[in-house]
Design a protein around this ligand. Structure first.
Ligand code: T46
Length: 135
C-alpha cells in the first residue's frame, strides 16, 4: 500500500522548533477544517470508518499514537511519534487510530468541512464501495 509519511522541516534555532504548514505547499490540498483530539484513553480505538471524498493529514503534535490503514486489499500500521511527522490519509481508506500515549494530541488537517454523509462506518459497505471503484 502506498502511504505518504511527510517529514516537515522545522525552523529550529536556539529558542526551539517551529513548523509552518501551508495549503497546496506542505499540505497537498486546500485546508477547509482543522480538528484535534486529546485525552484519548490508551485502550480506545477511534476512527473505524472510511471517507468517500475527504483527504487528511494527521500529525501527532504531542505524544504518540498508531494509525491502521486499510484500502480494502492491504493493511498497514503507521506510528506517529514526532511532531514533525505527518501522515497523508486519502479517501477510500479505512482508518483506526489507537495506542494513544497519555499525552497524545492528534491534529488533523482536512480537505473538507464536516459532513456525516461522507463517512462509511460499516466495514462491509466500505469493501463494496472500494470494489465498485469508489467515487
Ligand atoms: C477521521 C479521524 C482521523 C464534529 O462535529 N466535527 C468534526 O469536524 C469532527 C471530526 C467530529 N465532530 C463530532 C462528531 C462526533 O460527535 O465529534 C464527535 C467525534 O467524532 P468521531 O467519532 O468521528 O471521531 P473519530 O476520532 O472517530 O474520527 C475523526 C474524524 O471524524 C474522521 O474524519 O478521519 O478522526
Amino acid at each position: 500500500m502506498h502511504t505518504i509519511k511527510y517529514t516537515f522541516q522545522p525552523h529550529g534555532d536556539e529558542r526551539g522548533q517551529l513548523i509552518a504548514l501551508e495549503e497546496f505547499n506542505d499540505i497537498p490540498f486546500q485546508i477547509k477544517r482543522v480538528y484535534y483530539m486529546y485525552d484519548t484513553r490508551a485502550d480506545v480505538v477511534r476512527g473505524n470508518h472510511a471517507h468517500k471524498n475527504l483527504q487528511q493529514i494527521l500529525v501527532c503534535i504531542h505524544g504518540s499514537c498508531k494509525i491502521r490503514l486499510d484500502n480494502g486489499k492491504e493493511k498497514k500500521v503507521v506510528a506517529l511519534e514526532r511532531p514533525y511527522e505527518g501522515l497523508y490519509v486519502a479517501n477510500n481508506m479505512w482508518r483506526e487510530m489507537y495506542d494513544f500515549s497519555e499525552d497524545a494530541v492528534l491534529l488533523v488537517f482536512a480537505s473538507e468541512v464536516y459532513d456525516e454523509s461522507d463517512y462509511i462506518r460499516d466495514y462491509n459497505e466500505f469493501l463494496d464501495f472500494v470494489a465498485s471503484g469508489g467515487l
